[in-house]
Write a protein that binds this ligand. Structure first.
Ligand SMILES: *Cc1c(COP(=O)(O)O)cnc(C)c1O
Length: 357
């Protein structure tokens, strides 16, 4: 008689990461994907050439220490390279951090809703998620998060701007929060969307890292920099954690193509900022339009907008699909719409104008 294969107990409760869907094709309409917070623009100038050049070396293993990029990031952010660690996307880095600091019986605190990867990687590490509901303004409830700290807490994620609501954590509230975090608990500020922030009161992760010895920052090349497919992100923070991130990494995980493209992208900051400005401008236009037709969306500082449609979420998504636009639904809660091209955003507005409420 055959017996089922044995898996770790945690696997039974492990959700599969739901990636943003592609847009369905509809006759006569160009399809658009607004479901994964990708940059809608082509790679930065010269990047395809850098990638093509790097491709000539793919028969060799990449530099396992990611030396050139690590040094470039250290110089750019004015820290020693010892404080910098890279990984296969910032999700990869995130997972390396959780594995390094939390295991069975340990707790990882984060806001909810926030980034869907947090509960998954916490479960994979064998640790326990402590999800603290967002406040009424769809922002982090730092008072409640501080109150959730126990002797089992090992790590706290603070996602700002928050995915999927776009809200930021203010520096002043964060400084207050840090007073109640014991120094042996790591706080990781996930700044995947920081380039899109225009709120001067927002928490500055890198400046705060210089103030708090138990604070680290996560950044990515996937969003503003437009290198999502190359899987490259990084951590800047305490040396022991950067060290641990290197130890828990998949060997040679960051490809030579990703390393070269990231180094070259860092030198194109002026061009990058222009593109980010254009996305921010579209975001402001889209938010203003939404408010004009009566949707009270939270003020987003990211490259997406959160539309809290509750039970109407699925109906709205069906209509978007019919218009060849993919958005990211959270059934029963709302929809996250990426600030992509104007054309699909205009289709979304048309749908909402007649959408029953
Ligand atoms: C997209 C995203 C990331 C980055 O993902 P990569 O693995 O770097 O592509 C990290 N954190 C949040 C909150 C995100 O939304």
């Amino acid at each position: 008689m055959s017996k089922p294969l044995r898996l770790r107990e945690e696997m039974a409760q492990l959700p599969t990461y739901k990636a943003g869907k592609k847009a369905a094709s509809v006759d006569g309409l160009t399809a658009f994907k607004l479901s994964s917070n990708e940059n809608p623009m082509d790679p930065l100038p010269g990047i395809i050439e850098v990638i093509t050049q790097a491709a000539t070396q793919v028969h060799r293993y990449p530099d396992p220490l990611v030396t050139e990029l690590t040094n470039a990031l250290a110089a750019r952010h004015n820290v020693k390279p010892e404080h910098v660690a890279t990984g296969t996307g910032s999700v990869g880095v995130c997972q390396q951090i959780v594995q390094a600091v939390a295991g069975a019986g340990d707790e990882v605190i984060f806001a909810w809703r926030s980034f869907e990867a947090y509960p998954i990687i916490t479960t994979i590490a064998g640790a326990t998620s402590v999800q603290v509901p967002l406040n009424d303004d769809n922002g982090h409830d730092l008072t409640a998060m501080a109150a959730a700290i126990t002797s089992a807490t090992r790590l706290i994620f603070v996602c700002t701007p928050n995915n999927p609501t776009g809200t930021i954590v203010k520096q002043s509230e964060f400084d207050e929060f840090m007073k109640s975090v014991p120094q042996d608990i790591l706080v990781v500020v996930d700044e995947a969307y920081v380039e899109f922030n225009r709120d001067e009161e927002a928490l500055d992760g890198l400046a705060s890292m210089r103030k708090y010895p138990n604070l680290g920052v996560l950044r990515t090349f996937s969003k503003a920099y437009g290198l999502a497919a190359l899987r490259i992100g990084f951590f800047i923070g305490p040396e022991v954690i950067a060290d641990a991130v290197r130890k828990t990494a998949v060997p040679f995980g960051v490809s030579n193509i990703a390393q070269s493209a990231a180094v070259a992208s860092l030198e194109l900051e002026a061009e990058l900022l222009k593109r980010v400005d254009a996305i921010v401008e579209t975001r402001e236009w889209f938010e203003a339009q939404l408010r004009e037709i009566g949707y009270d969306v939270p003020n987003s500082q990211a490259n997406f907008v959160w539309l809290q449609l509750g039970v109407q979420t699925d109906d709205f998504v069906i209509q978007c699909t019919a218009q060849a636009v993919a958005v990211r639904p959270f059934s029963g809660e709302g929809v996250r719409i990426t600030i992509g091209e104007r054309e699909p955003l205009e289709r979304v507005l048309e749908i909402l104008k007649t959408f029953p409420r």
